[in-house]
Design a binder for this molecule. Sequence first.
Ligand code: NAD
Ligand code: MG
Ligand code: MG
Length: 339
Amino acid sequence: MRVYYDRDADVNLIKDKNVAIFGYGSQGHAHANNLKDSGCENVVVALRAGSGSIAKAEAAGFKVMLPSEAAAWADLAMVLTPDEGQADLWVDDLRDNMRQGTAMAFAHGLSIHFNLIEPREDMDVFMIAPKGPGHTVRSEYVRGAGVPCLVAIEQNASGNALEIGLSYSAAIGGGRAGTIETTFREECETDLFGEQTVLCGGVCELMRAGFEILVEAGYAPEMAYFECMHEMKLIVDLIYEGGIANMNYSISNTAEYGEYVTGPAIIDDSVKDRMREALGRIQSGEFAANWMLENKVNQASFKAMRRRSSEHQSEEVGEKLRAMMPWIAEGRLVDKSKN
Ligand code: NAD
Ligand code: MG
Ligand code: MG
C-alpha cells in the first residue's frame, strides 16, 4: 500500500488552479475552508439558485457561482454534492461547460465506478476521499492535524493527475495524516460495505436492539440509553486511540471476559454470512441500482425510513439525557446553521 505525505506533494500546484467546490455540505464546507486556509486564493463554491447552502458559503467569505458558470470557470471541479444527484449534475452542468483538459474530482467512487457518470476522455478524473466525516476533516485541519485521505486516478489525460490530487490532498490536510493510494473500485466497494454492515447499519441496529431488549425487559429507558448507546463513544475512543487491545486494557476484567464469551455468540457465522451477501449486492451493482431507482421516486421509502428512525424511543430519551450533560454540546462538530 503506497502512502504519500506532505513532503511528496507540491501544494503550489493547486494554488495556481481555479478550484470550484460543488456543494457546501459536510465535505464541501471542509474542503473549501481548508483550501482557503492553505493559501488557495481561487476557490469558488458552486451551488444551485435558491440553495440553503448559499448563505453559509457566503458567510464564510466564498464567492458562490451557479454550477454551469463554475464549470466553465474551473480548472478543477471537485464534486461534493450528494452521490444520487451527481449524474444529473454531470449531464446538466459539467459535461458541456468544462473546458478541454480540465479535471474533475470526487470524494467517493460511486458515480464513476458504477458508470453513473461517463467522463469525457480529455479530462483528468481522480478521487480525494477523506476517511472521515466532513466536520472532522475541518476540525482536524484547524487543530493542525488532518484526516487520512485516499487518492485514486481513473483518467490521467494531462499526465499530472496524481500530482494534482496529492497537492489537493495536502491543501485539505490529508497529507499531514497520509494519502493512501487506491482505486475507484476498491474505495467504493469497501466504503459501502463498511458503512452498511459495520459503521452505520451494523452499529446503529446493534445499539437499538440492545436498547429495545432492555426496555422490553422492564429496565428504565434512561439506563438502556446509557448502557447501549451513550457509552459507545467511550469505548470507540479507546479503540480509536490504540485498537481493541487498548480498550481491553482499560475496561474491567468482568467486561473483558463478557466480551470474549458473549460477543462471538451474538456476531456469529450467520451474521458473517449475511455480511458477505451484502458485499455481493454491492459488488454486483444491485445496491447502487436500487439507490438510484429510489431517487427516481423522490426517495419515498428512504424518507419514510428516515422519519421512522428519528421517531425511535431512544432519540427522545437521548435528547433528555444529553440536556443533562451540557458539555457534550460544547465544541460540537455539527452546527446546522454554519456547516
Ligand atoms: P451533503 O448532503 O452534506 O451536501 C451536499 C451539498 O451539495 C449541499 O450544499 C447541497 O446544497 C449541494 N448540492 C446539491 N445538489 C447540487 C447541485 N446539483 N449543484 C450544486 N450543489 C448541489 O453531502 P456530503 O455528505 O458532503 O457528500 C458529498 C460527497 O462526499 C459524496 O460523494 C459523499 O459520498 C462524499 N463523502 C461524504 C462524507 C461525509 O462525511 N458526509 C465522507 C466521505 C465522502
Ligand atoms: Mg460513504
Ligand atoms: Mg457497564
